[in-house]
Design a binder for this molecule. Structure first.
Ligand SMILES: [Zn+2]
Length: 316
């Protein structure tokens, strides 16, 4: 035994059970010394704990291939661990149904190839990024097109993989790499390069994987603009005032970094009337005295401001 696994299922409108969540966890080294019955108990306790938010206060059925829970109740002098488990289980209301491992296939499979709990969800997502059939087709295309397959890779069940530290990493042919990185980056909400490298390298393999990921993330417009706004905190408007009437104080400032959206105008020059919060905006390619004058002109076309507060336009 290497791990524990469980499937959470819900009865649908068709009266059939549908899986809604999976759970699997590697056994820690000391847990591997547990008896089969104890491991079975552990699996139930951990799974209920994992889905506590779904199960607490609900009636449900635990399907297991062991009489572990009956055994747990029958233990005459439980040690602290068993007592803890009993206590944990007592907060749920559930029936127990026995079903052999042969028919309880999913839970059995999950326990045989457990995935660490923290990475559980993301792992399933990573593997689903690309279907095995598509990958096999593209791998075969790559071989036909004489794409270099790294020597460290070998074929296993039709799939070219690299086995390292018991991890089977699928070899990704060149054609699929960019799409895969992009899909991953977007699916995981613009994840940073470091985390992407760590997660992707557990499932996929190709030379320069890390480098390709960094290059992609460095070029992602959304990531870049977020980084920019995090780094550059714009100065707050001056604390002069408060203004008691319109056009008494006009604050002006410039925001930059807008290029690339089908326009070469990088800057927006903003003037705000401190009293009414009325704003004037001018977009321009530069940040110069000329822009300042244009901005003031459009303010002055309505009324002459008494005081203009600015922290830029040092050239004036
Ligand atoms: Zn991004």
């Amino acid at each position: 035994k290497v791990g524990i696994g469980a499937v959470l299922k819900q009865k649908g409108e068709d009266n059939k059970l549908h899986p809604i969540a999976y759970f699997s966890k590697k056994l820690l080294s000391y847990q591997q010394n547990y008896s089969i019955t104890e491991i079975e108990c552990l699996a139930i306790v951990e799974a209920l704990d994992f889905w506590h938010h779904y199960l607490y206060g609900k009636e449900f059925t635990v399907i297991t291939d062991h009489n572990a829970l009956r055994w747990l109740k029958s233990v005459k002098k439980p040690n602290s661990r068993l007592f803890n488990w009993s206590l944990k289980l007592s907060q749920y209301s559930f029936d127990i149904k026995y079903q052999s491992g042969k028919t309880n296939v999913e839970a059995d499979c999950l326990s045989r190839s457990p995935i660490d709990r923290i990475e559980n969800d993301s792992h399933i997502k990573i593997v689903n990024l690309i279907s095995k059939q598509d990958l096999i087709i593209e791998q075969n295309n790559a071989i036909e097109n004489k794409e270099a397959i790294p020597k460290r890779c070998k074929k296993e069940n039709d799939l070219i993989v690299r086995v390292k530290n018991n991890f089977h990493k699928a070899f990704i042919p060149e054609k699929l790499r960019k799409n895969l990185i992009e899909k991953f980056h977007l699916d995981f909400g613009h994840l940073g390069a470091g985390k992407m490298q760590k997660l992707m390298s557990t499932c996929y393999f190709w030379p320069n994987l890390s480098k390709n990921i960094s290059t992609f993330v460095n070029c992602c417009k959304v990531c870049q603009s977020n980084k920019l706004s995090r780094r550059k905190t714009l100065g707050s408007l001056s604390q002069i005032g408060p203004a008691k009437e319109p056009f008494e104080i006009i604050s002006i400032d410039t925001i930059g970094g807008f290029s690339g959206y089908n326009s070469s105008k990088q800057y927006i020059h903003v003037a705000i009337d401190n009293f009414t919060r009325f704003a004037w905006c001018i977009a321009s390619k530069t940040q110069s005295a000329k822009d300042f004058i244009n901005l003031i002109k459009s303010v002055s076309s309505i009324n002459k401001p008494k005081l203009i507060v600015a922290d830029r336009y040092t050239g004036i």
